[in-house]
Design a protein around this ligand. Structure first.
Ligand code: ASP
Ligand code: MG
Length: 415
């Protein structure tokens, strides 16, 4: 008998461990799909696991709720916004619990607050500050499948409901997995895993078997939409193994885990990402310290920063932060302009650390296409170029192929 069996003294069913299984909006998109999710949760439980399900809102529920708010008010109160948009996830969880009951299993649905997810008070973009997992553990000890509403928590200061930013159910799932010591966090979604590029843009893009936390952070920060950025930060900081996979098949997806030798040896570049959802600002008449403190205060998520000798400060930020940026810049009395005609293409790979020449090759490929980057920013495992939005797709395609990602050779980490 294994140690685990001894420990929990569970008789005939060997306990494998605790698994957090997160299902995205498409996966719970209608009643039929919700029932399939319930079946999957039950099957995992019957295989001997303690199961926590984290669910997103059904289909486009969150978008619809946001629209509804804007039909009522041009500038909805953030606290009330969170009351409103946190509802979608609760619906999914309550319905899934009902379906699980019908399958003859015990289940309980919990709001973020009931699940002990404590956040700060930044409405619509709250950060998790603590997880008090006792209620979940107690329910698991009673052999219940626990369903936690994703994307939400409760502020310990105001006791108000908060939400974690769009895509925040990923973060709920990973943070919970870390807090309750789950073996893995499975993210079930409508794609097969993490790809070498957006398959809608690059037909030859392929699923990666494994990526390191650092690579996934760079990918999520530069346009890969498969995981919320903050969930990857959590995974890295708490060493949670994340498995991104399709909810419509049993095929394995992409593992996000600690970097290992094999990852480094195989391909130099693991992906080419892109985004067209940024504005680039040019600001004069203030200092970097004043500017970036004010932007931080306004919760603007600044990405690339460029400080020129000529006194101009250039930075990029997501489209969704445009209003906040504008208000901040005006309040500072700065002279500023913004561009919405630029996109960003990023080449990412842990292998880059030990292979010189990636920048040279990137510029060569862009040069052959007649594309001049307007801004270049780098990290040890990333080269990002802001280029004309109209050029983004062909740049991604050319870089993907130039770095050998189109071929079998790059099928990294495949067993
Ligand atoms: N339902 C929320 C959203 O659409 C959170 C999530 O699905 O992760 O952003
Ligand atoms: Mg998502």
């Amino acid at each position: 008998m294994s140690e685990t069996e001894h420990h929990h003294n569970l008789g005939t069913v060997p306990r494998l461990g605790t698994v957090v299984m997160k299902f995205g909006g498409t996966s719970v998109g209608d009643p039929e799909r919700l029932k399939l999710v319930a079946e999957r949760l039950v099957a995992t439980c019957e295989a001997g696991n303690r199961v926590v399900g984290v669910l997103s809102a059904m289909g486009h529920t969150t978008d619809e709720l946001v629209e509804l708010a804007h039909e009522i008010s041009p500038n909805p109160d953030p606290r009330e916004m969170d009351m409103l948009i946190s509802v979608g996830e609760r619906i999914s969880c309550a319905l899934a619990a009902m379906a699980i009951h019908d399958l003859g299993h015990e289940a309980i649905s919990l709001t973020g607050s009931q699940a002990g997810i404590v956040t700060d008070t930044v409405h619509t973009k709250a950060k998790i500050v603590a997880i008090r997992g006792k209620r979940i553990q107690d329910a698991l000890d009673k052999d219940k499948i626990v369903l936690v509403a994703g994307f939400q928590g409760v502020s310990s200061d105001s006791l108000d409901v908060t939400t974690l930013g769009r895509g925040g159910s990923d973060t709920t799932a990973v943070a919970l997995a870390g807090a309750i010591g789950a073996e893995a966090c499975e993210i079930y979604t409508d794609v097969d895993g993490v790809f070498t590029a957006d398959p809608r843009v690059v037909k030859t893009a392929r699923k990666l078997h494994a990526v390191s936390y650092d690579e996934m952070l760079e990918m999520a920060a530069s346009g890969a939409k498969v995981l919320q950025l903050r969930s990857v930060e959590f995974a890295r900081n708490h060493n949670v193994m994340v498995h991104v996979r399709s909810s419509f098949s049993d095929a394995g997806g992409t593992w996000i885990r600690e970097e290992d030798e094999r990852m480094l040896e195989q391909a130099m570049i693991s992906g080419v990402t892109h985004t067209i959802e940024e504005n680039v600002y040019r600001v004069e008449g203030t200092t970097p310290s004043k500017l970036f403190s004010a932007l931080a205060e306004a919760q603007v998520n600044v990405d690339t920063i460029l400080v020129n000798g000529d006194g101009a400060i250039v930075y990029s930020a997501p489209l969704e932060d445009h209003q906040a940026s504008e208000a901040t810049l005006n309040a500072l009395g700065a002279k500023w302009s913004s561009r919405d005609d630029l996109g960003k293409v990023s080449v990412i790979g842990a292998g880059m650390k030990s292979h010189p020449g990636v920048a040279a090759k990137t510029f060569e490929v862009l040069g052959e296409l007649g594309i001049e980057p307007e801004i270049v920013s780098t990290s040890p495992i990333k080269i990002a170029c802001h280029i004309a939005m109209a050029d983004v797709e062909r740049a991604v395609q050319a870089l993907h192929s130039a770095f050998g990602l189109d071929t079998e050779v790059a099928e990294r980490g495949h067993e």
